[in-house]
Ligand binder design. Structure first.
Ligand code: GRF
Length: 191
């Protein structure tokens, strides 16, 4: 059986990376080829170390202006590139070489609360400030605009009036951990 290969990009804590790694641990048909990060101090690197997952740091300016990361990816031959808490915009050279092969998870129900600056706690603060009764996650393909690619999957959670920003964030994280690995698996199965 030929194993499908995923490459993950992450900039922060990496709880989604760890969750995805656990999900695919006993599934030989899907392999994490590598985790790439633009943050030297990101906690995701500690997680990769503990989980024996190959990981690589790259420089932000080089990522945006050179083909260095593209060359690494070409060597890895990914079937899918997964952005799991990755904060930089994907440059055109990667979009051109991996059409319909890059997906992202956004912690809100797009098209609401997306776009530049809408990441992490900023999203949940805006959702709370608008008095929304629900929020959720959106898993979507990546194109040249932040959070605008075709939607693959959404899942919702209720917001109670008593829920603060931290509770909203926690509910959204739970949804991410439930849905993201399964959606990755589905996308790979159907590709
Ligand atoms: C998630 O909320 C994801 O939706 C967003 O960044 C966060 C990453 O969380 N894009 P973690 O680093 O996987 O814990």
């Amino acid at each position: 059986m030929v194993s499908k290969r995923i490459v993950l990009f992450a900039s922060g804590s990496g709880s989604n990376v760890e969750n995805i790694a656990h999900y695919f641990k006993n599934k030989p048909n899907i392999t994490i080829a590598m985790v790439l990060t633009n943050k030297k101090e990101a906690h995701v690197l500690d997680r990769c170390n503990r989980l024996n997952i190959s990981a690589m740091y790259f420089n932000k300016a080089a990522f945006l202006k050179t083909d260095g990361v593209l060359r690494v990816l070409q060597g890895l031959e990914p079937d899918l590139i997964v952005l799991a808490g990755f904060l930089l915009k994907i440059p055109q050279n990667l979009l051109d070489h991996f059409p319909n092969k890059i997906i992202n998870i956004h912690p809100a129900l797009l098209p609401k609360y997306g776009g530049k600056g809408m990441y992490g706690h900023h999203v949940h603060e805006a959702v709370k400030a608008q008095g929304e009764k629900e929020t959720g996650i959106t898993i979507h393909y990546v194109n040249e605009n932040y959070d605008e690619g075709a939607i693959i999957h959404q899942a919702k959670t209720e917001i109670l009036e008593s829920d603060g920003v931290a509770t909203i964030a926690q509910k959204v994280h739970e949804l991410e951990h439930i849905h993201f690995p399964k959606v990755i698996e589905e996308v790979l199965t159907n590709s």
